[in-house]
Design a protein around this ligand. Structure first.
Ligand code: AMP
Length: 497
């Protein structure tokens, strides 16, 4: 059909494989009078190169993304896009067995496009010029995003001290097996999925969103839904709310629970709380969330009064995550008339936060001990966000030989670095902007530099910025922005979360 072909861009990745194959087929490549000029140049150069070619011969490009109009003013034209990823390190055999899109406007162009593809050893198929974007997006997902997935999967293996190359035969076999879906989502094993999520949140939080999106998409393929969407094992998930101590105890007694996880909160839940709840869900048979704005840890009644509360939303969120029981007692239930027994972690409870909020940790330790006594958890969950609170609870568990494991999860932050806190909802937009100075200052991991940054920042009153010898040691700080007091810290050892 065609005997004389000129390849422009024969040194490139596609051009070198194509030229080598055409040479093997004995097609004249260096002809002065080509019947076909094949443009194997970068996409952005196609239009300019095409304009520089005198009208006459057929002209074609090998781009997946570029419309035929780029070949103007030529009328005898087509596109032929090999659906393959090419490497200069390999030869024409890269073409063998690959498919190729032929984009044409006339029968004559279509015939030439099919002939070229078949001559190169490709399987041609027709593609509309208008459908290119969808086609090319599909190709990019299959090839480029496979690389992205390999990176993501590789970093998870590295986190487990396993060489990432171990994944490669697995990935190849999935393709060889015709992309048959196996694994936890295909089986409907959501507990394993939650365990994956818990570890990703702890070790590689930047992968959480990707994992979730892929899990949802995979669930759709498997014809299953994640239980947090609607149902689990046939029943709608909702957390049962218990208001009294006997009620909670009765609920717990009625459950065949090998392990109970307790997540103490003051409500107004945000992603920080949710990370603790998800970890508890993944690790325990029964999850209890307490929802109690503990008056004993507020010295200032005004501060207690303005603390944000939204029980209905909190209970709904807890239910979505799979919390079994929400313990939401009244103040009288926790501190009945005549209450006079307090837990005081003396030294740890009187520095830093303890100095600025006298009695705060006495209130915290007392309520946490009481919650542990009521729910009898095997694990209690706290956030590193409140590093001193963690230290106080750890000390109390040791000193009183409490039979409970302390689980501490990393601080969850907004994209701009501000640590999530229920109190953030009390900030105006302007205050929130100023509050950012705290996380930025602590990120220096240097108390002097942090203090300097905070002193310079407009309108923040600094209570303290100090290194605290906790486990791990942290640079901790507390500031007041308007009427709102915020605390934050960065670990100085470990994974720096
Ligand atoms: P609160 O409701 O403020 O008493 O917090 C309940 C639990 O959530 C505590 O263990 C906090 O340390 C934890 N928490 C609060 N904010 C965050 C956060 N941004 N990241 C991780 N945990 C948090």
């Amino acid at each position: 059909m065609i005997e004389r072909i000129q390849v422009v861009g024969a040194g490139g990745r596609v051009g070198s494989a194509v030229s080598a194959r055409l040479a093997e087929r004995g097609l004249l490549l260096d002809s002065d009078e080509p019947e076909l000029v094949l443009l194997c140049v970068p996409d952005r150069a196609i239009a300019e190169v095409a304009r520089g070619i005198a009208p006459g011969p057929w002209i074609a490009h090998v781009s997946g993304a570029t419309p035929l109009a780029a070949l103007d003013p030529h009328g005898r034209r087509f596109g032929m896009h090999p659906l393959q990823s090419f490497s200069k390190a390999r030869g024409p055999e890269q073409l063998d067995g690959s498919w190729a899109a032929v984009i044409s406007e006339t029968d004559a162009a279509r015939a030439r496009g099919f002939w070229l593809a078949e001559t190169l050893g490709l399987h041609p198929f027709e593609l509309d010029d208008e459908s290119r974007a969808a086609y090319h997006a599909g190709a990019a997902v299959a090839s480029n995003y496979l690389v992205t997935l390999r990176h993501a999967a590789g970093s998870l293996l590295e986190a487990a001290d396993v060489p990432p190359e171990a994944l490669d035969p697995l990935m190849r076999r999935v393709i060889d097996n015709g992309f048959e879906l196996t694994g936890p989502i295909a089986r409907g094993d959501w507990e394993t999925v939650e365990r994956h999520l818990a570890t990703i949140r702890e070790q590689l939080p930047e992968l959480e969103e990707l994992y979730l999106v892929l899990a949802e998409a995979t669930a759709a393929i498997a014809g299953r839904r994640r239980p947090s969407d609607t149902v689990s094992q046939g029943s709608v998930r909702s957390a049962k709310v218990c208001r009294t101590i006997p009620e909670l105890r009765a609920e717990l007694a009625g459950r065949d629970a090998r392990s109970v996880g307790l997540v103490p909160t003051m409500g107004s839940l945000h992603e920080g709380h949710l990370s603790l709840l998800r970890a508890a869900r993944a690790e325990c048979d029964t999850v209890v969330m307490s929802l109690f704005v503990n008056p004993a840890q507020f010295a200032d009644p005004a501060d207690l009064g303005r603390y944000p509360r939204d029980e209905a939303r909190d209970v709904a969120l807890a239910g979505e995550i799979g919390v079994d029981l929400v313990f939401a007692p009244s103040a009288d239930e926790m501190y009945p008339d005549g209450f006079q027994t307090w837990v005081e972690v003396t030294e740890l409870g009187s520095t830093l936060e303890g100095e600025f909020r006298p009695g705060h940790f006495r209130g915290v330790a007392t309520v946490v001990l009481k919650l542990i006594s009521i729910a009898r958890p095997s694990r209690v969950y706290f956030g590193q966000k409140d590093a001193q609170q963690v230290e106080v609870i750890r000390r109390m568990i040791r000193d009183l030989a409490l039979d409970v494991e302390l689980r501490v999860l990393p601080t969850v932050r907004d994209a701009d670095g501000l640590a999530l806190s229920s109190r953030n909802t009390l900030l105006s937009a302007e205050e929130r902007r100023r509050a950012l100075a705290l996380s930025r200052a602590l990120a220096t991991r240097d108390p002097a530099a942090a203090r300097e940054l905070l002193t310079d920042s407009n309108g923040l009153a600094v209570d303290y910025v100090e290194i605290a010898d906790f486990d791990p040691p942290v640079l901790a700080g507390a500031v007041r922005v308007g009427d709102t007091r915020l605390i934050d810290n960065v670990p100085l050892e470990g994974d720096n979360k």
